[in-house]
Design a protein. Structure first.
Length: 246
């Protein structure tokens, strides 16, 4: 009997457009999710069950265009497909919804507080994170959790995400040589996870400290040797052979 596979009739990720051709109008919309992705790669180097997409289309319906958040995290999926990587994220192939989506607001709103928020809730994405760097009085970071199909605001900075076992928040820092407010991952104690730059700097500091300790140990050894030589010379001046004392 011929078996019908409905998934076989749907377009694959290779056949679907991998861009919505919408230019990024704010550099932060690329840098902030890029920093989160790079930090995750350091925090989870051995894990192969996660994927973080940056400005990548999420296809949820073969008859509709992809939605393209600035960043999103999925758990329980393959981190890498092959050397060509993912062209897009296709739900009927992945069989896993992203657990978190991120939108970085530019000076021109793109539905972050209305249409996109409603669409992510309709899809059932657990966490919706919005960062608006232009706000002055309202919180610049908003983390929402889907509860009974409605997004509820999660107070705090950072906000702990138990399903991910990480927190997310904002604070001043430096990334790619740019000092400003950045978004970071945090552990359960509220400590910020190191970025690649910070990890490299810390490694350099540790190497310098180790080198300094080695130099100090060598100096102490040299000083001790000099003291022994002076003592031997003093004994010889008194007519005593230092070697006879051993």
């Amino acid at each position: 009997m011929l078996k019908y596979d409905p998934l076989a009739c749907l377009p694959s990720s290779e056949e679907l457009p991998d861009s919505d051709d919408t230019p990024v109008d704010n550099e932060l919309q690329d840098l902030i999710p890029g920093l989160l992705k790079a930090t995750l790669a350091m925090a989870w180097p051995e894990r192969m069950d996660w994927f973080f997409g940056v400005d990548m289309g999420i296809y949820h319906d073969p008859d509709l265009p992809a939605i393209v958040p600035d960043g999103f995290l999925s758990l329980g999926v393959e981190r890498f497909y092959d050397q060509n990587l993912r062209p897009s994220y296709v739900l009927w192939e992945e069989k896993k919804l992203p657990i978190l989506v991120l939108e970085v607001v530019s000076q021109t709103y793109r539905g972050e507080y209305s249409t996109k928020k409603a669409e992510y809730a309709r899809l059932g994405i657990l966490y919706y994170v919005v960062y608006n760097p232009f706000r002055r009085r309202k919180p610049r970071l908003e983390v929402y959790k889907l509860v009974n199909n409605v997004y509820e605001f999660q107070d705090g900075n950072p906000v702990w995400l138990p399903e991910i076992s990480l927190g997310i928040g904002i604070e001043q820092g430096t990334y790619l040589g740019i000092p400003r407010e950045w978004m970071y991952w945090y552990n359960q104690q509220g400590q910020k996870l190191l970025t690649p730059e910070e990890d490299k700097k810390l490694a350099q500091q540790k190497a310098q400290q180790a080198e300094q300790k080695a130099q100090q140990a060598e100096q102490k050894a040299q000083q001790a040797e000099q003291k022994v030589q002076l003592l031997q010379e003093r004994l010889r001046s008194l007519g005593i052979d230092p070697d006879s004392l051993t």
